[in-house]
Design a protein around this ligand. Sequence first.
Ligand code: SIN
Length: 505
Amino acid sequence: MPAELKCDALIIGAGLAGLFAALNIDPPLDCVIVTKEDVNTSNSWMAQGGIAAAVSPQDDPDYHYEDTLVAGAGLCDSEAVRVLVEEGPSDVEALRAMEVPFDLNDDGELHITREGGHTYKRVVHAGGDATGRETVKVLAQIAASRGNIRIIPNFFLIDLLKHADTGECTGALFMDTASGAFSAIRARGVILATGGIGRIYLRTTNPAVATGDGIAAARRAGAAVTRMEFIQFHPTALYLPDSDSAFLISEALRGEGAKLVGRQGGRFMKNAHPLAELAPRDVVARAIFEEMARTGEPCVFLDITGRPLSELRARFPTITAECLKHGIDISKDLIPVSPAQHYLMGGVAAGLRAQSNIRRLYACGESGCSGVHGANRLASNSMLECLVFGRRAAEHISGLPQPEPGAVVYPKLPEGTREPDIQDIRRKLGELCQSGAGAFRTRDGVEKGMEALAELETDMESAAFSKDMWETVNMLTVARCVFEACLERRESVGAHTIDGSERLM
Ligand code: SIN
């Protein structure tokens, strides 16, 4: 029997959704935040561009609503979008009250920028291009100072715990990755805020921790997982020959005037969409892939030359420094870019309070699918969704009664002894997701990808249990969800493009 801990709210994941949820748990209730590594390791931490919300006097939640629906290609849940755009501005205000250091203009007001798909300037940012890091730092500090919140690092989620009679989720089992010991944490409500699945792709902007652990565990527990075919490819990740690394070059660069060009300097987005470089992300990514195919080049280029380096360094310190590391002075040189996996629009199906179909289990942020993103997420709506639905989950948990006393079903851990080559399996998985479930899909490619996936699943059978092994099982689980969803969705829509079908939007 593992060591056992009890709390009111168990939050799995210490990105923006998890931290903001914790800060919204009613203080008499106690809350444990568990993170696989630490608060510096999440997609939220790496988020560059900003948080979209109708906070400028010229803007209106109605315009934000419309832009979100257009980007989502007709598949957004309109009620959830209404909640997002109406409640978002006050959550951004809450961050300001917590002293998140948003960038200001010369008049001391919020500096607000534009990104793809937005018809108005509505993206607030911090640290120039380090919005995630600056926001998470502040929230983590506040959380650490709150008497009712405990943050536990290096706890790897193994599985969710369910009540033997009611089937409700009443906690989760973890492995302490430092000691290898197992611990159960029991709670009256559990929030999954475990982030995305980017690492199943070879080329992704996501950190190494983005292996879909929460989604895989939710699926094993019987939660509905939905819309996994909708994978967002960010148009502009730094392209470095001979490297799979995909450092993000924020869309905010285009918001501040950067143009997409071919090697000879010609702009190709002008003819592709009325919003040109600021078209919705799926449109820009497809246009780049088409341009690459047309020219046979492995990348296209972002051009923000002609501005003083000092100005670019002030506005985009992280990007300027990263590019300089590779010998690219963005004030003078074109930046080589190509699309990379960036975000999952699907996830654990979640309602307006982020509740899943399993009572007491909630999912928000990238691991949840509230339906606000439809088939393609509008730029910088992800951090907003973390705030709005993280808070809503917390509010709902705060009103939950204690679960019935009774037995809990503990997961049975695999007892195999084989030591498969995990790195090789992950590399093959990356390749097959990239080719079979990339930005352009064919039915044949998806089917072949599924066959290859089945071989990798077989390779993992009877493997000896370890953190890396279980993480790989999670990656295979979520990859299977993606492939199955790709096969089911017959039409091309938003970020899902499948050969031989008509494009809906
Ligand atoms: C970016 O800065 O381009 C990414 C922000 C986002 O994913 O919305």
